[in-house]
Design a protein. Structure first.
Length: 300
C-alpha cells in the first residue's frame, strides 16, 4: 500500500509538471523562429539602405528599434529558461522525495521487524525452574477448587514426577485413582511413583496396584514391565520371564520396550539357571518411568 501511495503521488506531480515542460519546449522553438525573422529583417534594412530606399537616419532608427525588440525577446527567453530550470528542479525534487520515501520505508520496515523480533523474544523468555514450580503449584491450588478433575490430578501427578517429588506425585495419583479406579494407566503410574518413594521397590502396595492395572488391561505394556519387576524382586524369576515375554509379543523387536524386556529376561535366566532363549541385549533403560517417559526398568 505504501508503494502504491508513493506511485500515485509521483503521478499527480508529473501530471502538473509535464505540460509546463512541454510548453517551455514550445517557447524555445518559437524564440528560435523569432531570431531568424530578426536576421531577415536586418538584411532587408541593409538592402534598403544600399538601394537608397532608406536614408542613413531612417536606417539607424529602424535598426535600433529592431535591436530593442531582440533584447526584449532575449530577456524573456532567459526568464523562460530560468523558469524551465526551476521546473526541472521540481522534477528532480519529486524523484528525490520518491527515493527518500522508499529508503525510509525499507529502513522503518527493518526496524519494525527487529522490534517485533525483540518483543517476541521478550515475551517468550526461557522458562526457569522457579516458573515451572510456580505453574505446578498453581495447578495444585486450582485443584482445591475442582477436586473432581481427574485429568487435573493426573497432570499434577506427572508434573510432580518430572520434578522428582515422588511423595507429592503419589498423593496426586491417589486422588486420580480414587476418582477413576478402573483406569489402568493411572494405576500403573500410581504404582510406579509409590515404588520410587520406597527406593524403587515394587513389593507390597505397588505390586497390588499394578496387578489391579493388569486386571483392567492385561496388555498394558508398562504394567507388564512393572509386574515383571515385582516378580523379579521377590525372586520369582519364572513369573518375571513370563510377564516380560508377554510384553515382547506386543511390541516390535526394535522398540525400546522390547530391547529392555529382552535384557531383563536374559538377566533373570542367568540368575535362575533357566535355559537362555536368544542373545541378551546390552541395553539398559534408565529411570525413565520415574521421569515421566514411561520406560521399563531393566535393573529390577
Amino acid at each position: 500500500m505504501f508503494l502504491i501511495m508513493v506511485g500515485v503521488l509521483i503521478a499527480v506531480a508529473l501530471f502538473f509538471v509535464v505540460p509546463i515542460l512541454f510548453k517551455a519546449a514550445r517557447g524555445n522553438v518559437d524564440m528560435e523562429v523569432d531570431t531568424n525573422i530578426y536576421r531577415d529583417q536586418l538584411r532587408e534594412l541593409d538592402a534598403d539602405l544600399a538601394a537608397g530606399t532608406l536614408n542613413k537616419e531612417q536606417h539607424r532608427r529602424a535598426r535600433r528599434e529592431l535591436e530593442n525588440r531582440v533584447r526584449e525577446n532575449s530577456a524573456s527567453a532567459d526568464e523562460k529558461n530560468a523558469s524551465s530550470a526551476g521546473r526541472w528542479l521540481v522534477v528532480a525534487g519529486v524523484g528525490m522525495i520518491a527515493l527518500l520515501a522508499l529508503a525510509l520505508y525499507f529502513m522503518l520496515g527493518k526496524q519494525a521487524e527487529n522490534s517485533h523480533d525483540k518483543q517476541a523474544a521478550e515475551q517468550s523468555p526461557n522458562v526457569t525452574q522457579a516458573q515451572i514450580n510456580a505453574m505446578v503449584e498453581g495447578l495444585a491450588q486450582r485443584l482445591k477448587d475442582k477436586p473432581d478433575d481427574v485429568e487435573g490430578w493426573a497432570m499434577l501427578g506427572r508434573s510432580y514426577t518430572t520434578l522428582r517429588r515422588f511423595s507429592d506425585a503419589s498423593a496426586a495419583y491417589a486422588r486420580a485413582v480414587a476418582l477413576m479406579p478402573g483406569n489402568a494407566e493411572l494405576l500403573t503410574e500410581y504404582a510406579d511413583v509409590l515404588a520410587m518413594t520406597n527406593g524403587r521397590n515394587m513389593q507390597g502396595e505397588p505390586e497390588k496396584i499394578i496387578l489391579r492395572a493388569l486386571q483392567s488391561d492385561p496388555v498394558n505394556i508398562k504394567a507388564l514391565a512393572l509386574a515383571g519387576t515385582a516378580a523379579f524382586q521377590r525372586q520369582d524369576y519364572r513369573s518375571a520371564i513370563e510377564l516380560w515375554q508377554k510384553l515382547l509379543k506386543l511390541v516390535p523387536p526394535e522398540d525400546q520396550w522390547a530391547r529392555t524386556a529382552s535384557a531383563n529376561i536374559s538377566q533373570a535366566q542367568g540368575l535362575s539357571g533357566l535355559p537362555l532363549s536368544g542373545q541378551p541385549f546390552a541395553v539398559r533403560a534408565n529411570e525413565g518411568a520415574a521421569r515421566g517417559k514411561s520406560m521399563p526398568r531393566a535393573e529390577p
